[in-house]
Each structure stands twice: as C-alpha cells, then as structure tokens.
Design a binder for this molecule. Structure first.
Ligand SMILES: [Zn+2]
Length: 146
C-alpha cells in the first residue's frame, strides 16, 4: 500500500486496506478536522442540510438554555471576538446606509432582480440568508403622492 500525505496534519500515512481512498490519517485530531470540513462544506452547499442543522441547533439551545450563557462566562475571548465581529458588521451596515443617503439620486426602489436577504433582529444580522427575487411591477413618479 502506498503512502499518502494527510490533508490535515500533512504527515505521511498508509491508508487502511478497507479504505484505499482515505485522505486523512487516523489521528483523532485529523479525523475531527475531516468531519469539521465535511460539515462546513455540507452547510455551504446543501440548503436542506443547512436548514435541518439550524433547526436542530435551535431546538437543542431551547432545551439547554443555560449552555451558551455558561459557555460565554467560561470563554471571555469567544465573547470578545464575537462582539468585535458584530460591531464591525454593524459599522459596515451603517456605512452602507450613509452611502445611500449621500447618493445624488433620491432613494428609489431597487431594480428587479435577485437579492440576498438577511433577517435583522434587534439590530443584529441573523445567520439565515435567503435568495429572493424582487420584481418591480410599476414605477411611480417620485413627485406623485400615493
Ligand atoms: Zn493527520
């Protein structure tokens, strides 16, 4: 059996005879990394998997309400990192609103087309996104009272 290079740790390993296509060594850390990458790809590419995963996560969190509070208390770096990331997302959002207000054209409806929609709850963008199609049916002149 020929030697391969592990996709996670980069060390040489010999695939098990039962699995000649093996691309990760048997080190538990590398196996965890393999599963993590598989799940990441699945969440990115498979909408059903992503929905199901999000639902399962929400159901689990509802049954374990103390978990995330305890996790945040025990991991202040995690909390700090998330706070910084959210603040920079909020800044980007504010900057784009200001950019729109500064535009020389008055605010008008977006052109028909496909858009990525993100739900904003209490000023925080959720992780759920949808691709939506917006069709502008009629254009109303801006000076007309509706
Ligand atoms: Zn490895």
């Amino acid at each position: 059996m020929e030697t391969k290079t592990c996709n996670a740790c980069g060390h040489p390993f010999t695939p098990r005879p039962q699995n000649p296509n093996q691309t990760y060594c048997t080190d538990p850390v590398c196996q965890r990394e393999r599963r993590r990458r598989w799940q990441q790809k699945k969440r990115r590419d498979d909408a059903d998997y992503r929905d199901n995963d999000a639902r399962a996560g929400k159901a689990w969190a509802a049954e374990n309400p103390a978990y995330w509070k305890q996790y945040r208390d025990a991991n202040p770096n995690y909390t700090e990192r998330n706070r910084n990331l959210q603040q920079s997302r909020n800044q980007k959002l504010r900057a784009s609103v200001i950019a729109n207000e500064d535009a020389s054209r008055p605010l008008c409806p977006p052109p028909s087309g496909r858009y990525r929609m993100v739900r904003i709850e209490n000023g925080v963008a959720s992780e759920d996104t949808w691709i939506v199609e917006i069709a502008v049916l009629t254009e109303i002149p801006l000076d007309e009272d509706v």
